[in-house]
Design a protein around this ligand. Structure first.
Ligand code: SF4
Length: 670
């Protein structure tokens, strides 16, 4: 029996899924996608599959991948989704299908405990606050029992914790074969597991990082896999460009200083003035921070011919020269003692890499690349290609591997474009000629949802826009008892609307206003989901950025999604600007070929938070009159699922009251 027949049987009425999984219902769209994936795996080639919310795309690619008997690499956008595939979806399907597949999870080395650095953290002379000391004690206790050494096992340790870089490794500070802990090293064990597995689950960050430096195992794996699946593929380009270029950050330099102080005193005390060298580099980092200014600013700053925008050419040259001199002094000293210990040799190699990057960011920008500077908690200098198309065509899919001809590539997401040819995605990923498939969501939006575009809302550029959005949300959420997710396009609007809502509800009903940043994302979503249970007052969650996607709150806990403005990319973003120039240089209209498709994808993602199951009901509110008043608004509207449009504030209130009447919430299975 061929793979497609086997896949068809699994999804059939009375098939393995229907027999073993409670509430599984065959869906024509899911089966169609699964068969296309099976065909691609059997015959090789490239499939781009957009599968609307609720199609069940995860099973549609996992079933053929697991049944194929081929070596498969699965890549998804985040570590949380990786854990979900590895810990939940794949084991469940393996039980259903009865296939003995060896599966491995592979993350970047920064996700694994480094036993050698844990030992160093205990010796670190830098003072730690009591909270960090307690966290270190927890890591030590856990390090004795963990098998995988995956830091995700340690709940409650914030991703941004100061401790994580102290107990995990980087390519630069890893001692490799000369490490005394190499036999029990978690990074090496994870790679060994991956090399011997049939199915390996990675993430896009690791995939592209490894493509660049070829050290985490993915590049080694790639020649031996015959099928590669990218889920959440709409994020590939944005993630890929960051890793295909170069980055120099103050975090990297500060970590170097910390290790230099520790290892210099340990292995070569008295042979050089390590303390003075560290102070010189720290002074150079401080000068870099001063010249960049504005610690709150997190946007990308353009890079002109003379350096980052807003920084004079002379100041930039001086600050880079200061950094170069300080790192060079350390490099010269390290060279004389490098043979004394692997730690000193690793530090010397790191100092050489820093000097190369400092030189690079002091030189004019080579053609075809874009540079920018980000200042915030860290200063980041970034250089990247404009898109991943060349890398995909050459290094990834051209590959030179023997099997490249029959290898299959599957790219999937709920949103890959606003048009039938998914042009923006296909072009930016270099996938011209790919087989295209679009599978509509099985949800009946004409019954389950409605769309409201308040005509009285001020224009998005009006200073009163955010306060008007807050007022509309306050009144609507009062009727619903919370149950509202408000997605903003900027952090400034998020804070302003969040403050206005918190003030409004501080006097009245018990509705809680949650704002992104108050707690980790997972915690906020748990509080939101649980808030409306047992008849208690619900929540309004005000969020931006990462909450536009990956939020899955089925049932009545979420009944209204509000989008403050159409999510166009900021035109001043250096990467967007460079892309616009590139498109215009070949005679293409940047609005049509870049801004509009990107906005359509983001809008679809945001709107997709509303209806998550066939029994869900809700209202989508877009507080941007451009959607009805501008010509391009119609194109963006067409990108959304077709649903009834609410015409007046009175009808909007009626729709909200209708949602407060009980409905059957019986989450079905995908
Ligand atoms: S080999 Fe590298 S990652 Fe592994 S324990 Fe040693 S230093 Fe850490």
């Amino acid at each position: 029996m061929g793979l497609q027949d086997a896949v068809q049987r699994v999804f059939d009425e009375g098939g393995a899924l229907a027999q073993t999984v409670e509430k599984f219902k065959p869906r024509s769209g899911q089966t169609k996608m699964a068969l296309e994936v099976a065909h691609t795996i059997e015959h090789g080639g490239v499939l781009v599959a957009e599968a609307g919310t609720g199609v069940g795309k995860t099973f549609a690619y996992l079933v053929p991948a697991l049944l194929s008997g081929e070596r498969v690499l699965l890549s998804t956008a985040t570590k949380a989704l990786q854990d979900q595939l590895f810990g939940r979806d794949i084991p469940q399907l393996m039980a259903v299908l009865g296939v003995p597949v060896r599966v491995a999870l592979l993350k970047g080395r920064g996700s694994y405990l480094c036993l050698q650095r844990l030992a160093y953290a205990r010796l670190d002379a830098h003072p730690m606050d009591p909270g960090t000391m307690r966290q270190l004690a927890r890591v030590e206790e856990w390090s004795v029992s963990t098998r995988a050494g995956d830091m995700a096992e340690l709940t409650g340790l914030d991703d941004g914790s100061f401790l994580i870089p102290l107990v995990t490794s980087t390519r630069e500070n890893c001692l490799g074969a000369r490490c005394p802990k190499v036999q029990s090293c978690h990074v090496n064990l994870a790679r060994r597991d991956a090399m011997s597995a049939d199915v390996v689950v990675v993430n896009h960050h690791l995939f592209f990082a490894d493509l660049n430096v070829r050290e985490s195992g993915v590049a080694e794996l790639l020649p031996s896999v015959t099928a590669v699946v990218f889920d959440e593929a709409h994020q590939l380009n944005e993630i890929g460009v960051q890793f295909l270029g170069q980055q120099l950050t103050t975090g990297q330099l500060t970590g170097f200083c910390r290790d230099l102080a520790l290892q210099g005193a340990r292995w070569a005390r008295g042979l050089a003035n390590w303390h003075l060298m560290v102070m010189d580099i720290e002074r150079a980092i401080a000068a870099l921070r001063r010249v960049c200014g504005d610690a709150d600013r997190t946007d990308r700053r353009r890079w002109n011919a003379s350096g980052p925008q807003g920084i004079s050419s002379s100041a930039w040259i001086a600050v880079m020269e200061g950094l170069r001199t300080a790192v060079q002094a350390a490099e010269v000293a390290l060279l004389t003692v490098a043979e004394m210990a692997p730690d000193m040799q690793a530090l010397q190699v790191r100092s050489v890499h820093f000097l190369e990057k400092i030189n690079n960011f002091s030189q004019p920008l080579p053609p075809g690349l874009v540079r920018w500077l980000e200042s915030g908690k860290q200063i980041r200098l970034v250089e990247s290609p404009l898109d991943i198309a060349d890398a995909m065509r050459g290094r990834v899919m051209g590959g030179g591997a023997e099997q490249a001809g029959r290898r299959s590539w599957i790219f999937t997401s709920a949103t890959l474009g606003s048009d039938a040819d998914m042009g923006w995605f296909v072009e930016s990923c270099g996938l011209a000629g790919a087989q295209l498939l679009q599978v509509e969501s099985p949800f009946d939006y004409s019954v389950q949802a409605s769309l409201y575009i308040p005509a009285q809302m001020p224009k998005p550029s009006d200073p009163s826009h955010s306060s008007s959005v807050a007022m509309l949300v306050a009144e609507a959420a009062e009727i619903l008892g919370g149950r509202t997710l408000l997605l903003t396009t900027t952090l400034r609007a998020m804070r302003s609307i969040g403050d206005a809502l918190a003030q409004y509800f501080s006097q009245t009903s018990g509705i809680n206003v949650l704002v992104q940043g108050q707690s980790p994302k997972r915690e906020l979503l748990e509080r939101f989901s649980q808030s409306s249970e047992n008849g208690s007052a619900g929540c309004i969650l005000v969020a931006s950025a990462s909450f536009w996607e990956g939020v899955d709150i089925p049932g009545d806990a979420l009944q209204m999604v509000v989008i403050d403005k159409l999510p166009f990319s900021p035109p001043s973003d250096p990467l967007v600007e460079a892309k616009v120039r590139q498109l215009e240089s070949i005679g293409k209209n940047a609005f049509k070929h870049l801004h509009l498709p990107q906005a359509a994808i983001a809008l679809k993602q945001g709107a997709g938070r509303l209806i998550r199951r066939e029994t869900d009901r809700g209202v989508l509110v877009v507080c941007d009159v451009r959607l009805t008043q501008m010509g391009y608004g119609r194109k963006l509207l067409a990108a959304l699922p077709a649903m009834p449009v609410i015409g007046s504030p009175d009808h909007f209130r009626d729709a909200l009251y209708a949602l407060t009447k009980p409905s059957t919430t019986d989450p079905d299975f995908f």
